[in-house]
Write a protein that binds this ligand. Structure first.
Ligand code: TA6
Length: 310
């Protein structure tokens, strides 16, 4: 079982292989900060294991965080990288997740710091854990499965990696969906495009879930977009004004959700700001969401994504 450490202390860094300066991991009561000697940093709240900041060496913030985001642990964070598990979207009434809130409990549970790695200068990582016995009673009652989630966030000079391992520690199989709900920061979503989706079938949630096949090399964001692309074959690249700015590479995660609320849906969210914030973000969400993943007792499942700022 993953121990619940209410007040994690500083973590001992393993000895460096050379005298080169290594990255640092700073743990406080509510968050973990990763930083590299070259200037990059990332911040992860223990609430939801939500990555709320990722900065490149020049100090540029790469994630969108709403200026109305609630960060006190009373509501899922609007922005950064919320973790969606074990259900994506509103739970189906006829599924074992039916009593859970939209997108499940991972993003609203308090995670534990399990360890960190600063052994090489060019990379720093932290591992967070969540298990059935550390869930809030309401979530435990709503979804009574035995599990462990191990979540590793890795910062390098060029990328932010997020990798998750799910282990079924119980005696019965269960099924789940999982997704990294990554809010990328953009200069102007209206002049952005997403490549890597041509020929891929998708469900269009704005059109009531209608399915179709993408025919464009460059998917643009003229307003509200909410599409679940299924079995995306390779990397997805986000362009700003024709220039690639992010490359998203996945392993073990077949699907990609492209979401921007547009002006009207953004205005309906009490925690979304500023008013024109939808223009500064685009969610490119890597996940396993088109189908339920079945995990047998004691089995392990892994998925990960690396976002490179290019
Ligand atoms: O992943 C896209 C999506 O499921 C959208 O349909 C949208 O409503 C969004 O997530 C945000 O969900 P939230 O529960 O965070 O308001």
């Amino acid at each position: 079982m993953v121990e619940r450490g209410h007040k994690p202390g500083p973590l001992a860094a393993p000895a460096a292989a050379s005298d080169a300066p290594t990255g640092a991991v700073d743990v406080t009561s509510d968050r973990v900060t990763l930083s590299l000697p070259s200037g990059e940093s990332a911040e992860i709240l223990l609430y939801g294991a939500t990555v709320v900041s990722w900065k490149t060496a020049d100090g540029a913030e790469k994630l969108f965080l709403s200026d109305k985001a609630v960060l006190d642990g009373t509501k899922a964070v609007r922005g950064g990288i919320p973790l969606v598990f074990p259900v994506f979207g509103p739970p189906p009434a006829d599924h074992a997740t039916s009593a859970l809130p939209q997108h499940g409990f991972a993003r609203t549970s308090v995670w534990n710091v399990l360890g960190s790695d600063t052994s090489i200068p060019s990379s720093v990582s932290v591992e967070l854990g969540l298990s059935a016995d550390s869930l809030a009673p309401a979530a435990r009652a709503a979804w009574p499965h035995e599990f462990i989630l191990l979540y590793t966030v890795t910062l390098t000079a060029a990328s932010l990696g997020t990798k998750i391992l799910v282990r079924n520690t119980g005696a019965a199989a269960f099924d789940f969906k999982l997704l990294f709900h990554t809010y990328l920061r953009l200069a102007d979503a209206g002049a952005a495009a997403v490549t890597g989706l041509n020929g891929v079938s998708y469900a269009d949630k704005v059109a009531g879930g209608a399915t179709a096949t993408e025919t464009r090399d460059e998917v643009t964001i003229p307003g509200e977009v909410d599409r679940v692309y299924r079995d995306v074959p390779g990397a997805v690249v986000v362009k700003q004004d024709g220039t690639p700015v992010y490359s998203v590479e996945r392993s073990g995660l077949p699907d990609v959700v492209v979401w921007n609320p547009g002006e009207q849906a953004a205005a309906k969210m009490g925690d979304f700001g500023p008013a024109d914030g939808h223009r500064s973000m685009l969610c490119i969400e890597a996940g396993a969401v088109a189908e339920w993943v079945v995990i047998e007792p004691q089995a392990v499942w892994e998925g990960g994504v690396a976002v490179a700022a290019v």
